[in-house]
Design a protein around this ligand. Sequence first.
Ligand code: ANZ
Ligand code: ZN
Length: 875
Amino acid sequence: MSAFPFKKIETKWKKQWEKERLYKAGPASDSRKKNLYILDMFPYASGDGLHVGHAEGYTASDILARYYRMRGFRVLHPMGWDAFGLPAENYAIKKKTMPQEVVKKNVARFKSQIRDLGFSYDWSREINTTDPEYYRWTQWIFLKFFEKGLAYRKATPVNWCSLCKTILADEEAEGGTCERCGARVEKKNLEQWMLKITAYADRLIKDLEGLDWPEKVKTMQRNWIGRSEGAMIKFPISNFQFSIEVFTTRPDTLFGATYLVLAPEHEFVSQLLKTKNSQGKVRERKSDIKNLAEVSKYVKMAINKSEQDRISEGKEKTGVELKGISAVNPANGLKIPVYIADYVLAHYGSGAIMAVPAHDERDFAFARQYNLPVVEVISPRVDSGEKGGAIRPKPQIGAYIGNGILVNSGKFNGVESERAKEEITEFVKGTPRINYKLRDWIFTRQRYWGEPIPLVFCSSCKKQMEIFKAQFPISKLKKMYSEGELRNPGWAAVSEKELPVTLPKVKNYKPTGALSSPLAAINSWVKTKCPRCGGPAHRETNTMPQWAGSCWYYLRYLDPKNKKEIASKKAQKEFLPVSIYIGGVEHAVLHLLYARFWHKFLYDIGAVTTEEPFKRLINQGIILGSDGEKMSKSRGNVVSPDDIVKNFGADVLRMYEMFMGPLEEAKPWSNQGIAGISRFLQRVWKIYNQRKIESGKTIRRKLREGSGRDKNEKARTREDMKKFEGKFHIAVKKVTEDIEKLRFNTAISALMVLSREFEEKQDIPLGYYEDFAKLLAPFAPFISEELWRGHLGRKKSISYSDWPLWSKRMIVQKTAVIAVQINGKTRGTIETEVGAERNATFLSVSKDERFQKYFSAGPPRKIIFVPGRIINVIF
Ligand code: ANZ
Ligand code: ZN
């Protein structure tokens, strides 16, 4: 038997497909076709090359793209390269070369690996985020943010990674460690460009509803945005003639607020600790505080802790009382102590809280430790069947955080907590407030390898604006300045005509660690003319974060050569939103949130036609090493797709990865699994090579004549064919439905079962061989193309053949024909229900008059039953 020559076949078709430009999305004029946009998360072109995880997602999307093409859709299935950012730059530093060179090499490697795998991308739309023609538009979008006042400079405590020598976004520093290198991040105060993602917080939450995304990802986004409805409530401070405002989501518990807590960074605390320059009242009454030294010591310790350490549950709470002052609970007029504690964060709400130990776990733990009173004000309702329920008499151990009926709350006693929220807020003249955990996106990086920010600073323009601001109302100034210019005095946008602002090629691009980007050292680049006044000015030298280019790349695929806009409206109308987007879940709150934010902004300025970018999202599960652990170089369990392709072929790799298990689940690698798939494709190869392929006509004639003289045999042949047809249609139905539901593993099982039928049966009409190749084509495009154009002699690619159809009639096979043997001799056949059991079949035989005579001897000694085939009754 000739083994399946995968190498030869794969090389041949790879070349041929590219020559034919087979996967170019067809012309838009073909209006009979429905459009479908099937998108992969484009890879970060790292030095490691493609890994089996990439291959998993890309195979899944490729199966869909191929399947829907065969169903007559006009499919857009593009690929490109995400290539700015730290990994490429760090790698270049290590190898003493330029990031540009590294990217070129990495992309070439990725591309050749991707080609090897037979993915049906439309390469005419390839993009690369580091291509100036691409990042021209990334810069353009940034300018629009600036113009609308949504990009602004702010000194803010930022996450600084001393290893990567750059600041990180909150999303990149979750848990207090650098997402990239794992180092602990420090907090530094730096002036940065921010993007006002918080302006979109509500819409980013609300519009999740309409998306066909995994619930898990939606929840992650919701939690990350962290919308809280509550109120701001003022607590007057005794002695000092002012109030401290707190944010609370539980104004209904106000009567139970037994102390106040300020974040160590709270403005009031800073004022107290400043020797000079404290403001009026604070300075006058500062001497009232009896333990300033202790407070100062505590604050110093606390502000150096990471946020993670401060808020993590279970850790012992620490704090210090501000001795000598007190606050007044506005609900009942009682004096309560004021504490400073690090479990209250400076940058959430107002940086101060009212503590209700009876109903908040953290407050409860703190109150225990510092012996503070716990006053129950919400009583859990016991469901007694009555309206409103009964009041549970016993207090809880620990905090009761649920809703209930108010107690110890003056005139609000007996009110339901939900209603009391509003009433008490009103009673103490608080203001309703919605708060978000989400913070604005810190958008500047102190590294070389990123998109330059296309802004220029001019001190003379800044002075002029200051003069104008003093002389004219803002409304007048809006006529001459954009929102961004007004918000960021002295800063001006580079004219759109001058985009892209290209990254200058420099020898030394190493990060300096000096909190500024290496670009700052290139005088000739930094110094420029002010776009407003023409005077001397300097460029922004920080670069954009790695996420910038990936925020909108799916738009550029639509119209990659467009010089006038991101993408034409026509192209957008055809393909937006993306129909199916496949990628890893690790992007849940980074890329997927940022991209939605940019898309919504682009929608608002009229640059895109839809409110959401990705209609349906699918997360492929992670592929683990054969030891069940995450693949990593240090564990030595990394599987290289190149090796599999070399030894077994791309079709095997593709099919194996889809056969491993449900797409969305984590799955361990198995070399036996690879061998199994390889054997399957060998068998398929053999089926087509060794079986006589006869025309339908010949076979029909044979059926008519019967293959033998014997009437029975003739009937059996016909029955056989019927059975085969039934099974075939069942398989078509199964594969079709499974592909549409992304159950690729079970679709492959169905193909395997079907292949056995081909092996067992002779005389199968040609059409079935054609259809089997088609069913196989999305999964194993190389072998099926060879079977199609090679063995079956078809001219055009199988990629655009019509997907096989199944018919209900063929599937609903009501009866089965079963051979009846008496004492081992065949005496005829009977028809039974499909799937009939032993007893039911026996009953039919015993009742059939043709067999009556055998039963005169009494009950049989034995019944041998092969379901769906034979019943042998032995007397
Ligand atoms: C009183 C209260 C009583 C609270 C109660 C909760 C339960 P989310 O839902 O996360 O928004 N809080 C407010 N600002 C804070 C800060 N800067 N640092 C730490 N905690 C802060 O949480 C809002 C609740 O978290 C607020 O409601 C406040 O405690 C606390 F039975 O106020 B609550
Ligand atoms: Zn100027």
